[in-house]
Design a protein around this ligand. Structure first.
Ligand code: SF4
Length: 395
């Protein structure tokens, strides 16, 4: 392993109900997260930190699912497991995803007391028709209450998630929603264009012909949303992400810059890289009962890799290189030639350079010099909209 990761992702795979567009792994489980899941999770956290020799964490992201269903005590347990096994960098970014209907003063205080300094809140829309079609728990009134409480009481950074192109949404309602969100002055906004995945309620409804969906219209909506956010001084820095200057999500930047990270919890992934750029990725079982019963029978701290309830994938150098481009080009800033060289020990491959040059001629890629004289390769603003096609051609 070349370097111990300094980022940790924790997955809470429970939701009260399922949203119609959601493809994330989560189980409907009432409004409480079982204590035995948290106990298992804490054991895994200690195990991963120990085995990966993590000395200090720079980013932690608790996502789901719905982490805001955790009690104050459960959050405390998770943070004591982390702090008992490694240091937290004084400037660590610690994010927790929250659902608007769970936002209370008590939750905000509890998170702050645990050291959480960034909230990511899934507002998704301010249009009641769209929220209803998407089976969101929160309506616009609940969203508004959460937005006001966070503005009034929360002392850290905030990111709001929104989706453009939900059935029932149109340009006017999307822009009105964004205008309202911006008025709360979050430091970060994620604006996703709706994708309809097959194994979601929207996917089945579309297959059954229960609604028509105009994908071109959805893309146009997203572009209007992007232009609006930029006009409000939010920097477009990644495919779906916007921020105030210096407020990029440090945790996600690790994924986009080929960084290693530990992942804990049922369905979580973690990735570590070797000296030559190749790596290993584990994906924990999605069977929550198996996950809990495995960690329940662990009584001693595990020093060796036992047969964990996980799938292991070897990322050979070729795949790792492809991931470097696929993830790195998601950033408007693109990738640096020297970063590639320091990870893989060789110059940028001919195949990439040829494709890049071809796209550059069409105005879809841009090459520029960095301040340190390094060469930077990026998608142009127009090219960013065709990133998937670029990746397919690179494969
Ligand atoms: S609350 Fe979040 S994770 Fe849960 S179903 Fe809805 S979108 Fe998915």
């Amino acid at each position: 392993m070349s370097e111990s990761p300094s980022s940790l992702y924790i997955h809470i795979p429970f939701c009260i109900s399922k949203c119609a567009y959601c493809d994330f792994f989560s189980l409907p489980k009432g409004n409480k997260v079982p204590d035995d899941y948290i106990d298992a999770l804490c054991k895994e956290i200690i195990y991963r930190i120990t085995v990966l020799k993590i000395d200090s964490l720079k980013t932690i992201y608790i996502g789901g699912g719905t982490p805001s269903l955790l009690s104050k005590n459960q959050f405390k347990k998770i943070f004591s497991a982390i702090k008992s096994s490694c240091n937290l960098s004084p400037s660590a970014e610690i994010t927790v995803e929250v659902n608007p209907d769970d936002v209370t003063e008590e939750l905000l205080d509890g998170l702050w007391d645990c050291g959480v300094n960034r909230l990511s809140c899934g507002i998704q829309s301010m249009n009641d028709a769209a929220l209803k079609r998407a089976c969101r728990r929160a309506d616009s009134t609940t969203n508004r209450k959460a937005l006001s409480l966070i503005k009034e009481k929360w002392r850290g950074d905030t990111s709001y998630d929104l989706i453009s192109g939900l059935p029932g949404d149109d340009e006017k309602s999307l822009l009105a929603g964004l205008e309202e969100i911006v008025s709360y002055k979050p430091s970060h906004i994620s604006l996703y264009s709706l994708t309809i995945e097959e194994k979601t309620p929207f996917g089945s409804q579309l297959n059954e012909g229960l609604f028509d969906y105009d994908f071109d219209f959805a893309d146009k909506l997203w572009l209007s949303g992007r232009d609006f956010l930029e006009s409000q001084d939010y920097k477009w820095y990644e495919v779906s992400n916007f921020c105030r200057e210096g407020k990029e999500c440090a945790h996600n930047l690790v994924y986009w810059t080929h960084g290693g990270y530990a992942g804990c919890g049922s369905a979580a992934c973690g990735t570590v890289y070797n000296e030559d750029g190749s790596g290993q990725r584990w994906t924990n079982t999605t069977n929550v009962e198996d996950y809990i019963s495995f960690w329940e029978q662990v009584t001693e701290p595990l020093a060796e890799a036992p047969s964990l309830p996980q799938d292991l994938e070897i990322i050979d150098k070729e795949n790792s290189e492809f991931e470097f481009f696929m993830m790195g080009l998601r950033k408007l800033q693109g990738i640096k030639a020297r970063d590639y060289e320091s990870i893989f020990g060789e110059r940028l491959p001919e195949k990439f350079l040829r494709l890049f040059e071809d796209w550059e001629k069409k105005g879809l890629c841009v090459k520029r010099a960095g301040q340190d004289g390094d060469e930077i390769y990026a998608m142009s603003r127009e090219g960013m909209l065709y990133l998937n096609r670029f990746n397919m051609e690179l494969l």
